[in-house]
Design a protein around this ligand. Structure first.
Ligand SMILES: [Ca+2]
Length: 302
């Protein structure tokens, strides 16, 4: 059944091309260098991507389990490539959506779990969670010359039912150190699904998470390109954020994780050349000890 949903969502996706790119501010950790430790987002954001609609598929949470690259492990940001099918013209009267013809907002949660599972096959250790009000672009108005007259026409002259965008979650304030393998879940409420179903229709019923066709991880590894983690109550499924197979060629969920180098918390971590293990952060051992002794008030000299 799931591939039917995906195909329905991509039936107008004919090619990839440069599309509207929402450039969102990327936070930078105070001292440490930040690097990308996992990336399965499109290198160039296309007009739209294949995606999973939460309302249409009775979904409460959807994600993937991945292996991180490099050695930076202090969680910084998570970026999720999503697809919105909602048009402003359908919400241009009444509150709360009529005020902004460019975008709307919705609270979206990113959960990061350790890769250990309980007896039900669900992640049993939540490492980090962040709910953020995400700015979501309205899908452009329909072009009557597109097949069926309902899709929009992008700059590549092709027709699409949704518009892709990147949602960036700043999780640096959580100060969480990640293991090498994590399970990432994206959760939000729709009319009938999610932790707290909203009870009425809205643009969130047309909000999807990207599973681009044949997407590969350019940094890190998708542990199983045929599998995802999925909490759905669609007929044939039971609730719970669990492994689900049979997703090829859409088994790699489009998200990216950045992390920074962990900073020393004890003087011993600076000694015996320990300061050298923090990249080029510190000038010498004394610089490192000073940072620890002042709890970061004395910032690294380099
Ligand atoms: Ca996967």
């Amino acid at each position: 059944m799931k591939l039917q949903f995906i195909k329905a969502n991509v039936n107008s996706l004919k090619a990839m091309a440069i599309g509207a790119l929402l450039v969102l501010a990327m936070p930078v950790s105070a001292f440490a260098a930040t690097s990308t430790v996992y990336d399965a987002t499109p290198a160039v954001l296309p007009p739209n991507v294949a995606s999973l609609g939460y309302q249409a598929t009775s979904t409460s949470e959807f994600g993937d389990y991945v292996h991180l690259a490099g050695t930076d492990r202090t969680l910084d940001t998570v970026t999720v490539t999503m697809s919105n099918w909602a048009l402003y013209s359908d919400y241009s009267i009444g509150t709360p959506y009529s005020a902004d013809p460019v975008a709307w907002t919705h609270p979206i949660t990113v959960n990061i779990y350790a890769d250990s599972l309980d007896v039900n096959g669900e992640p049993d250790t939540l490492l980090a969670t962040k709910t953020q009000s995400v700015l979501i672009p309205w899908r452009p108005a329909a072009d009557p010359t597109c097949p069926g007259g309902t899709a929009w026409r992008a700059s590549d002259n092709l027709c699409y039912n949704g518009i892709a965008f990147n949602a960036v979650f700043d999780m640096s304030s959580l100060a969480v150190d990640l293991p090498d393998d994590v399970i990432v879940g994206v959760a939000y409420n729709t009319a009938n699904y999610g932790a707290n179903p909203i009870g009425q229709s809205g643009p969130y019923n047309s909000l999807n998470v990207g599973v681009p066709n044949a997407q590969t991880a350019s940094v890190g590894t998708d542990d199983d390109t045929d599998a995802v983690f999925w909490d759905t109550t669609y007929p044939g499924y039971t609730a719970g954020f669990k492994l689900d197979t049979g997703w090829t060629p859409n088994g790699t969920v489009a998200f990216k994780i950045t992390a920074s180098t962990a900073m020393p918390t004890s003087k011993d971590q600076c000694k015996k050349d320990g300061w050298k293990s923090y990249g080029s952060t510190f000038k010498n051992q004394g610089d490192c000890v000073s940072f620890v002794a002042t709890k970061g008030k004395n910032t690294p000299s380099n």
